[in-house]
Design a protein around this ligand. Structure first.
Ligand code: ZN
Length: 292
């Protein structure tokens, strides 16, 4: 049985770090991260996140959990659970999604619809790796992973694989910063290009592409309404939208902010955490057809 003393000793080096401490380490222990892909980047990210004490890691396929790397991760952090990743079913129970570029799953779409932060790694045309983070699932003003994504090369140079370990480490590092809300999460406002042949990193600023079809949102302002008309107006708006479309709702604090997210979730529609919009609030919801 793991005692508090075992736990403190196991993670003592992280607990001593500014910005983590005991509370941060407990947050990592409660965190749930999905990792799409089963190649080297996915295995390395999984290994580092398990070693860091993330409580639940979901890999895209069951064999991920059976790899020697995963076994090593479990040896480092016995409390870590590693389970298969099923999307979109698991999306509602994740805090962060990582797309290592070795998966057929459309992680950008799932992160947008289920309002999840997303970290992505892709081969670049020059053989390097392009790392991108997106909080577009949580904020309609931020770029999604597809807003400015260049086409992936069909046949990247064979030495591109040299970049995969670095990509796995960088994804794990950014995931920890995101989960703990510490440091400067550069991947949420930038792309990071890594050229393994020159051992060079380049940071590129990203902005939302206003015509991007992936992260487009409908909008409704219900600040003039009171409950239950707030929900009625949103429901009428949703009826005009296609499944999968997202709606940006501007609403008042107090009763609307308390009641509307609960009612939307009752309808089976995921809801983002709210944010301040002047004296009002904003939130995102997605029209999804509940699975039978
Ligand atoms: Zn976009």
């Amino acid at each position: 049985m793991t005692t508090d003393s075992d736990w403190a000793e196991r993670f003592s080096r992280q607990i001593m770090l500014a910005g983590i401490g005991g509370n941060g380490q407990r947050r990592l222990g409660a965190a749930r991260v999905g990792i799409a892909g089963s190649g080297p980047s996915a295995r390395i990210a999984l290994l580092y996140l398990a070693a860091a004490g993330v409580g639940l890691l979901r890999g895209e396929t069951a064999p991920v959990a059976a790899t020697p790397d995963a076994g090593h991760a479990l040896a480092i952090q016995p409390a870590c659970r590693i389970e298969p990743l099923r999307l979109p079913e698991d999306a509602a129970h994740l805090d962060l999604l990582i797309d290592t570029g070795e998966s057929a799953i459309d992680c950008n779409r799932i992160a947008l619809q289920w309002h999840l932060p997303l970290l992505v790694a892709r081969f670049a045309a020059d053989g390097g790796i392009r790392l991108v983070g997106s909080q577009a699932g949580l904020d309609p003003n931020l770029p999604c992973a597809a807003c400015d994504a260049p086409p992936c090369p069909t046949h990247p140079p064979h030495w591109s694989t040299l970049a995969l370990p670095a990509a796995g480490c960088a994804l794990a590092s950014e995931a920890i910063k995101t989960l703990l809300a510490i440091g400067d999460p550069i991947l949420f406002s930038a792309a990071l290009l890594f050229d393994p042949m020159r051992a060079a990193y380049q940071r590129i600023h990203r902005e939302r592409n206003q015509t991007c079809p992936h992260c487009a949102t409908e909008f409704i302002d219900i600040t003039a309404a009171t409950c239950p008309m707030t929900f009625v107006l949103v429901k009428l708006k949703m009826e005009t939208m296609a499944p999968g479309q997202r709606l940006h709702v501007r609403l008042n604090g107090g009763e609307p902010l308390t009641n509307l997210p609960l009612t939307l979730r009752d309808e089976g529609w995921p809801v983002s955490p709210p944010w301040h919009e002047g004296e009002a609030f904003g939130l995102l919801t997605t029209k999804l057809v509940p699975s039978k």
